[in-house]
Write a protein that binds this ligand. Structure first.
Ligand code: F0G
Length: 462
């Protein structure tokens, strides 16, 4: 018999623990959204049917992760669970010092508090919102230098997350290397559509950083998804394993920040990993102040166990093939029906292009916010706005339109099945049919930073 290669890419697991999801009526969802100040972040999760707010900390863990958690060592100092975690991070990243944190932004806080100061500039392909906030909190400027293709939602390019190397060189010349304490590269580029960065680009950033003696860090949250895109899209990598590719990615940088809530396959956790001894010592001092002793850093021993196992599960080829395919599957259905999305689909989410879909809503009436609320009202689906509510607020208090108006539908890892995705496509198509009736929104109240989490809004005219 010959080997059979199916067309259908199946979920590479079976389910033996289930969690019911709750169905609601349109009237119930309308009441919930009004109570939440028209901000889906303020909904109760049991008011949501399909929750695509984030892929962060929302994944399903494997039986091996749970087994590790039961057998964890909860010692305050020197727990065996820490050494397992450290060994996994060191094998995958190659970095010498592994500093555990309770999640990704705590690693950012420690790094930027230690290295950045007012007047500095941190270049990145695109800063994620917490990364930008921590850079700005240190007084430095967060500068986004993604390639031009990354600004055009429907332009097809295999590595739309790449850094614009000429713009980076220009920034170094203009700002001076002494005012650039680090160059960052976010893999995959979450705020730019979950788009990957090629190894050639990582290498080019690394060469420029090293030539100018500027430390180079990866924001590595979705390193495994990025490795899969390199394997499937970059010439010369088809026969390499995702682990080998990840190791090569990390080898070009001097360290990384990591939210283990993504490709760590855990519900909480993160780390900062660096090669430099003196930087590590400074970071550990701050860690003790804000996170805890350096062998647990804000996590329980069982969290360290879950991550030590999860980091490898994220690199499994069957898992990655299914993961990236399920995103592409939704993207293909939407594209076939004419719904504008960011193309090609990225690693962890489908991004709907609200600027294109809702031309009747001006940017500062938040078209992506409106689209996201419509998905909830119609189908109980919760995504997240990545547009002018999230990025419009400036450090000086002014407001201007974000570069793109997107709704991100992020897929929790190993949680939803193909029929959930089919349902989702139906909801989006129905909202698309009714798009001419969607209202603009206005802000009713907002916080001075990261306002999207807590802001209250209302439809214009209400
Ligand atoms: N960097 C990137 C690229 C991220 O996507 C996130 C989190 C962080 C850093 C911060 O990590 O949440 O563990 O503190 N992204 C989540 C999201 C929240 O929904 O995309 P954290």
């Amino acid at each position: 018999m010959r080997e059979f290669h199916s067309q259908t890419i199946i979920e590479p697991f079976r389910v033996r623990s289930v969690e019911p999801i709750r169905f609601t009526t349109l009237a119930q969802r309308e009441a919930a959204l009004i109570r939440a100040g028209y901000n889906p972040f303020l909904l109760h999760a049991d008011e949501v049917l399909i929750d695509l707010l984030t892929d962060s900390g929302t994944g399903a863990m494997s039986s091996r992760q749970w087994a590790g958690m039961i057998a964890s060592d909860e010692s305050y100092a020197g727990a065996t669970s820490f050494y397992k975690f450290e060994a996994a991070v060191q094998q995958i990243t190659g970095y010498k010092h592994v500093i555990p944190t309770h999640q990704g932004r705590a690693a950012e806080h420690i790094l930027f508090t230690t290295i950045a100061k007012p007047g500095d500039v941190i270049p990145n392909n695109t800063h994620f919102d917490t990364t930008r906030a921590h850079v700005e909190h240190s007084g430095a400027e967060a500068r986004d230098l993604v390639i031009e293709e990354g600004h055009h939602p429907r332009l097809i390019h295999p590595f739309k997350g790449n850094m614009d190397i000429a713009a980076l060189r220009q920034t170094i010349t203009e700002v001076g290397r002494e005012r650039i304490p680090a160059i960052m590269l976010t893999v995959t580029n979450n705020s730019g559509g979950g788009q990957p960065v090629s190894l050639a680009n990582i290498r080019a950033v690394s060469e420029l950083a090293r030539a100018n003696r500027i430390p180079f860090f990866l924001d590595a949250c979705r390193y495994a998804e990025n490795a899969w895109f390199i394997k499937t899209r970059e010439p010369g990598y088809a026969d390499k394993s995702p682990l080998e590719i990840a190791q090569e990615m990390f080898s070009y940088a001097d360290g990384c920040t990591m939210s283990a809530k993504k490709d760590g396959m855990a519900n909480i956790g993160g780390f900062l990993a660096v090669n430099d001894d003196s930087l590590a010592a400074q970071c550990r001092n701050l860690e003790i102040l804000t996170e805890g002793f350096p062998t647990y850093g804000g996590m329980a021993g069982y969290d360290l166990e879950a991550i030590a196992q999860g980091l490898y599960e994220a690199l499994d080829e069957h898992y990655l093939r299914y993961r990236i395919r399920s995103i592409a599957y939704l993207g293909e259905k939407l594209t076939a029906a004419g719904v504008p999305i960011v193309l090609p689909t990225g690693g962890h989410a489908v991004y709907l292009d609200a600027r294109e879909m809702l031309p009747h809503i001006p940017p500062l009436q938040y078209p992506a916010w409106s689209l996201n609320n419509a998905l909830y009202l119609l189908g109980g689906v919760r995504g997240v706005e990545i547009g002018s509510v999230m990025f419009g607020q400036q450090p000086d208090g002014s407001e201007h339109a974000a570069a793109m108006e997107l709704v991100r539908l992020a897929f929790p890892r190993r949680v939803y099945t193909q029929s959930h995705v089919d349902y989702l496509a139906e909801v989006i198509l129905e909202v698309y049919n009714q798009r001419g009736h969607l209202p603009g929104y206005r802000l009713v109240s907002q916080a001075p930073v990261l306002r999207h989490f807590t802001a209250r809004l209302a439809p214009v005219g209400v």
